[in-house]
Design a protein around this ligand. Structure first.
Ligand code: GYE
Length: 328
């Protein structure tokens, strides 16, 4: 068994080396690993704003190592200008592939054209861009954020199906202008919009962080005495908001029902503890697929223009069952 496995690994390694060599011919020369046989990826990460992001960074770093890809990792601290700088630096260093998770959707055309002119393939990971020219990148790997917002709305519609009273909702949006904030808002609004009893009475950004989630929820609570539901675009903002709700002497999960997105461990724990009512999963474990796609685009192979991750949802009961084996 072991022998067979190592034989398989050897075949895998050979294929990988061949793929990397192939890229040397068509694309720019590899900068890493003597002789240009190591694939080099420049990766510009959004930041470290949430538990999701930390898990995503780890997945990318671990998978690069496992795939034998040299990773140049850059943290943009939630700033587009830092990402643009990082991408320009990757172009200068002649990396084989550029992958990045765009903090916001718009404003990428110029730098993406620079990458294209330098003949360096670009992979969008996790978040999308709104560029009309889709030839500026090879593929997108990530989630369907509109579907996530819809799932959040569907739970709410079901939860209140027997009630005719108004349901007052507050919303904590993700980073302004980011794909997950735009799409999670739109998907949710579409589903709840079918019934006028659902009213979004306040909606503001909490920038996907716990601290901002807490701060904005405190303000919501001060100006709205009658909040029934909180919809937070990620677990971290929901967790910050729980502190605010408890601070105001209310019981999260009961006085105010809470729906979040991500399903990272801390969120799942709060769900199992009854403080969150429902979580829509969004997987950060994109690393293995990203490395696969990187090898393919570097070798000039065709790849699908969109690769979506499979995701589920969790109730409180389901969270209790899933927690022990949760990876992130
Ligand atoms: O939901 C949030 C993170 O882009 C899907 O970014 C990602 C989002 C994730 O900060 O927690």
């Amino acid at each position: 068994m072991l022998k067979r496995m190592s034989a398989l690994l050897l075949v895998g390694a050979t294929v990988m080396t061949m793929a990397a060599c192939g890229s040397g011919g068509s694309g720019p020369a590899s900068s890493g690993g003597g002789g240009g046989d190591t694939l080099t990826m420049g990766f510009s990460q959004v930041g470290a704003e949430s538990g999701w992001r930390t898990a995503n960074t780890k997945s990318v770093q671990d998978s690069a190592k496992a795939a034998g890809i040299e990773l140049k990792f850059s943290d943009a601290q939630q700033k587009q200008e830092n990402q643009i700088k990082a991408i320009r630096s990757f172009i200068q260093q002649k990396v084989d592939v550029i992958a990045f998770s765009p903090v916001v959707e718009s404003g990428w055309d110029t730098v993406l054209k620079e990458a294209k002119n330098a003949n360096i393939p670009v992979i969008l990971t996790d978040r999308a861009v709104d560029s009309a020219d889709t030839s500026l990148y090879k593929t997108f790997l990530g989630s369907d954020f509109v579907a996530e917002g819809k799932k959040a709305g569907q739970w709410l519609v079901e939860e209140y199906k027997d009630s005719t009273e108004t349901v007052n909702i507050v919303e904590l949006q993700g980073t302004t202008g980011s794909a997950p904030a735009n799409d999670r808002k739109a998907g949710f609004a579409e589903v709840i919009g079918a019934d006028p009893k659902f009213k979004v009475i306040a909606s503001q950004t909490g920038d996907f962080t716990r601290a901002k989630g807490k701060e904005v929820m405190e303000a919501f609570l001060k100006s709205n005495p009658d909040i029934d539901v909180l919809y937070a675009h990620n677990d971290d903002m929901g967790l910050g908001a729980i502190e605010a709700i408890e601070g105001a002497g209310k019981v999260p999960g009961k006085d105010i029902k809470i729906i979040t997105v991500d399903a990272v461990k801390d969120g799942m724990q709060a769900l199992a503890d009854g403080k969150i009512n429902y979580i829509v999963e969004c997987s950060p474990l994109l690393g293995p697929q990203l490395m696969d796609l990187a090898k393919k685009v570097a070798a000039g192979e065709q790849v699908p223009t969109r690769v979506e991750t499979e995701e589920t949802t969790f109730t409180q009961e389901q969270a209790k069952q899933a927690l022990p084996s949760r990876q992130y």
